[in-house]
Design a protein around this ligand. Structure first.
Ligand SMILES: Cc1ncc(COP(=O)(O)O)c(C=O)c1O
Length: 400
């Protein structure tokens, strides 16, 4: 059950009570993130079925770069999207061929461009300046690399009628001609376009319209500049409904057949890519944390745990809470039908008022030493969190 009493979102994984007991022994400490292999596999199957027919599924390591997760995903997905030297190494070390690795990000350094080209990964280009830098690096290295131009595409509104939001990513329409010229004069080959349209969309109509628009734009750009594209990434965008008020994804709407042929990608040598992070890793991860203290202040019951926003920043007040409701949290092994479920504030060990992981949620009676489990937190966990604050230990991470 969700903290609001409704069923868990589609595909959310939680170890059983018995598994949890053993996992805690295996980890040897809390807090610990546990990622489920079978749940990762199920998530990949789910997003594949919800993507454009035949699309290659790329996993974005930014969501969760844990080597165990990445290695578990290597045989399941068609490629990886990486954003740093470390993510590139994790991808290559996992056995993913460089030819199916795409180095993205708005501002690559000379060293990052060189590493991607040296390894044989494709690189996104996000501005004329970046195109020139990558062309120079390819010349210096004496390699012919693959470039993928990211086009700036305002992110669609979250529901029908809501306005698109502008952002800084990708090449502005007005700069596209210059970028194409720079690449044509370089050792790089312009192999494809990248049209990522944002994150955390639950509405199937919005996602379907965005990816079709991406393919239409790719077809138009190809014709306008006389390009022969082999690769178009249409983004992914599927949400992770991990807070109580997040709407579940319209999976049925996403798996419905396409209306007519796709605007681009009908030929055997043309690859449409869908790029997902949170919808793959998110449902497959839980955080186990120990209760360190329980106290009542005024009319509030505080359950103080050893995980904080230094481990799971997204659960804090800046991301979760407010309009989205609270993260999904339950007590492990303390189901006592005779004791009433009461409201609680789950707070962390940091000296910051922001360190509230769940606010005013229903929780059974718990005592020091009990375990709480946060669900649906396999994405944007430790690496998205301010882990340096108070110099406390990082959370453990294991794959089950
Ligand atoms: C270019 C790009 N690709 C993929 C992702 C992963 O998105 P998500 O985790 O929402 O699937 C992001 C997220 O920021 C992104 O910017």
């Amino acid at each position: 059950m969700r903290t609001d009493g409704s069923a868990l979102p589609t595909g959310f994984w939680a170890p059983t009570e018995d598994e949890t007991r053993l996992l805690l022994h295996r980890a040897g400490r809390t807090p610990v993130f546990v990622y489920g292999r079978a749940a990762l596999r199920a998530a990949v199957d789910r997003v594949r079925a919800a993507s454009l027919p035949g699309a290659h599924i790329y996993y974005s390591l930014k969501a969760n770069p844990h080597p165990g997760v990445v290695t578990a995903l290597t045989p399941l997905v068609d490629g990886f999207d990486v954003c740093s030297l470390a993510e590139l190494e994790t991808a290559l070390n996992s056995g993913m061929p460089a030819a199916r690795t795409l180095f993205t990000g708005p501002a690559k350094t000379r060293a990052e461009a060189a590493a991607a080209l040296a390894a044989g990964a494709a690189l996104t280009v996000e501005s004329p300046g970046q195109a020139r830098l990558m062309a120079e690096v390819a010349d210096e290295l004496g390699v012919a690399g693959r470039a993928v131009v990211r086009l700036n595409t305002p992110y669609p509104g979250r529901g029908p009628g809501s306005p698109p939001s502008p952002h800084q990513f990708g090449v502005a329409e007005a700069d596209l001609g210059e970028v194409v010229d720079v690449l044509r004069r370089s050792a790089l080959t312009l192999r494809g376009l990248h049209l990522f349209f944002g994150s955390q969309y639950a509405d199937a109509d919005v996602i379907r319209a965005a990816r079709r628009a991406a393919l239409e734009r790719a077809r138009d750009v190809e014709a306008r500049y006389g390009l022969k594209l082999a690769f178009v990434s249409v983004g992914g965008g599927i949400a992770l409904p991990w807070c109580a008020a997040d709407p579940d994804v319209d999976w049925a709407g996403l798996t419905a057949p396409e209306d007519g042929p796709l605007p681009w990608g009908d030929h055997g040598d043309q690859t449409v890519v869908a790029e997902y992070g949170r919808s793959i890793a998110g449902p497959a991860g839980v955080l186990l944390t120990s209760v360190l203290d329980v106290k009542t202040v005024g009319d509030r019951r505080y359950v103080v745990v050893d995980a904080g926003i230094n481990h799971l920043f997204t659960a804090g007040r800046l991301v979760a809470g407010r309009d989205r409701g609270e993260p999904l949290v339950r007590a492990v092994g303390t189901a006592r039908p005779d004791r009433p479920v009461d409201r609680a504030y789950v707070t962390g060990p940091l000296c910051s008022q922001l360190d509230v992981l769940a606010e005013d949620v229903p929780l059974p009676p718990v005592a020091v030493g009990d375990t709480l489990m946060f669900l649906g937190v396999g994405a944007y966990g430790p690496t998205f969190s301010p882990s340096g604050f108070l110099s406390r230990d990082q959370a453990g991470e294991i794959v089950h």
